[in-house]
Ligand binder design. Structure first.
Ligand code: AHR
Ligand code: AHR
Ligand code: AHR
Length: 480
């Protein structure tokens, strides 16, 4: 069974079901999404490995080998054809031709589900999907529910990383003309405790964390790597729920009447569907989407709890990193980008770069490219790298560039020097995620080493060859 079988059992069937990672019905065996490759602009549908199963990422990998691919369509598994495609211009223009939004890079969000490789939808600012001509989605004050699974560490304070119900003309048609899940840390409209990110409801001209505009004390900051986010609404009643998509249940962060602000009761939902953008095509937000559905009718908490159990059982994971990073061992870290496979992470004094190191290199150079793996200074389930030839000095980032510095014992240093290994994002070796900037990975760029986000605003965040540049082969140390 899939989430949509559970919603149907509960009397609140899915009217839209989107996922690039897995089938959302036990019997679904159709296309999940479509990719388009740059080499010849041809497209390929990607389906599940088997009915009800995980996406066939290998089919994407072979189709996209040697070129790049974009996600062009996220199909609707309900049979209603509520598919998501490149969002058109609206109140705001997107950055692509004709004011459309960008399409997501098809390999930018690799993960595993139940041990099988799959790809999420990586939304960098400017990216957006939409359907303004839907079938069966709630309109007016009709009841509906929705959930989605996001990367809870990938967000920003731009407007608005949303999934759900929006205006059919891509414009701001006034309060109550949307009802979508929002995830991020923008505080312009609403917010909860801590510094965010928060799950909120985008009801148009307002992200609501509870009954009040602005602050509501029951909406916590929540940033599970895989995050289940829920919003549902019916006449003068709505709720926010959320939890860890890898384990445990979902908690209720709001359950009550429509906001203390005019225009939201009754609602004036229009029934379009958006992903990664605001209702008026605001394109400032980032996030990652793995799966999500919209229902007809207001789902019970019990139905949603069963869906959460189904999600946790699906087994979302960042994938297993190479086994070479055992605390106490010494390693060298070799680049995997085609330009640079003779280069290793290396230091000269405090300066960190990639350098060509080989058997004829000097003993000093070999030591400069060798690292003692330590349990992460800031998180024992991650790692830190102590210099082989400069005891007590560790790789750390500062202003997003890597340096070799002495451990000063501060918690900032511990965080800056801690990296969490994941399966290499180009399928080779290991990628190293920053412990305190979770959308950034250790990356070489022009042979200098940074923590970079894919397609972010710094030069070294450039999306070109990102997955290769952040994938490192854990090798035998040049200086054992
Ligand atoms: O409600 C927040 C945002 O305000 C909506 O997503 C957008 O349409 C408007 O700019
Ligand atoms: O590298 C990003 C931040 O820059 C580090 O966390 C901090 O040390 C510096 O301000
Ligand atoms: O670091 C070497 C190369 O520099 C990277 O592969 C590329 O992203 C940048 O141009």
């Amino acid at each position: 069974q899939g989430p949509c079988d559970l919603y149907a059992n509960g009397g609140t069937p899915c009217v839209a079901a989107h996922s690039t990672t897995r089938a959302l019905y036990g019997a679904y065996n159709g296309a999940l999404y479509q990719v388009r490759r740059a080499s010849d602009n041809s497209t390929r549908d990607i389906g599940p490995l088997a009915a009800g199963g995980v996406a066939n990422a290998a089919a994407q990998d072979s189709f996209c080998a040697g070129t790049t691919c974009l996600i062009t369509v996220i199909y609707d598994q309900t049979g209603r054809n509520n598919r998501l495609t490149q969002a058109p211009p609206g109140g705001f223009n997107g950055p692509a031709a004709g004011g459309y939004d960008n399409l997501a890079n098809a390999t930018a969000a690799p993960i595993t589900v139940g041990g099988h490789k799959a790809y999420g939808v990586y939304v960098a600012p400017g990216t957006g999907y939409r359907n303004n001509n839907t079938n069966g989605v709630a309109t007016g004050d009709q009841p509906e529910g929705m959930y989605s699974v996001f990367d809870g560490t990938h967000y920003n304070g731009g407007c608005c990383f949303d999934y759900g119900n929006a205006e059919r003309n891509s414009r701001d048609n006034g309060n109550g003309t949307m009802e979508a899940i929002y995830f991020g840390n923008i505080k312009v409209w609403g917010y909860g405790t801590g510094n965010g990110p928060w799950i909120m409801a985008d009801l148009e001209n307002g992200l609501f964390s509870g009954v009040n505009p602005g602050y509501n004390a029951n909406d916590p900051s929540i940033s599970h790597r895989f995050l289940t986010a829920i919003v549902k609404g019916e006449p003068n009643h709505w709720a926010i729920r959320g939890g860890n998509a890898q384990s445990g249940g979902v908690s209720t962060f709001y359950n009550g009447s429509r906001p203390n602000a005019s225009g939201y009761n009754p609602m004036k939902k229009e029934g379009a569907i958006i992903l990664g953008i605001g209702g008026d095509n605001s394109v400032g937000a980032r996030g990652t989407f793995y799966e999500g559905v919209m229902t007809s009718g207001y789902p019970s908490d019990a139905t949603e709890n069963a869906v959460q159990a189904n999600i946790t059982a699906a087994g979302y994971s960042v994938g297993s990193a190479s086994s070479g990073l055992t605390p106490g061992s010494t390693v060298s870290l070799r680049a995997t980008t085609a330009c640079c496979t003779d280069r290793y992470i290396h230091h000269t004094g405090t300066t960190v770069d990639t350098a060509v190191v080989g058997s004829s290199s000097s003993a000093t150079e070999k030591g400069n490219a060798s690292w003692i793996v330590r349990a992460g200074l800031g998180n024992g389930s991650c790692v830190s790298f102590e210099s082989k030839n400069t005891a007590g000095q560790y790789l750390r980032h500062q202003n997003f560039q890597l340096y070799l510095n002495a451990n000063d014992g501060s918690s900032l240093f511990a965080q800056d020097a801690t990296f969490c290994p994941e399966a290499g994002r180009n399928s080779q070796g290991t990628s190293l995620r920053s412990a305190n900037y979770a959308d950034r990975y250790v990356r070489h760029y022009a042979n200098v080493v940074y923590i970079a986000s894919n397609g972010g605003s710094n030069t070294f965040d450039n999306a070109t060859s990102y997955n290769d540049d952040v994938s490192w082969l854990v090798s035998a140390p040049w200086s054992p």
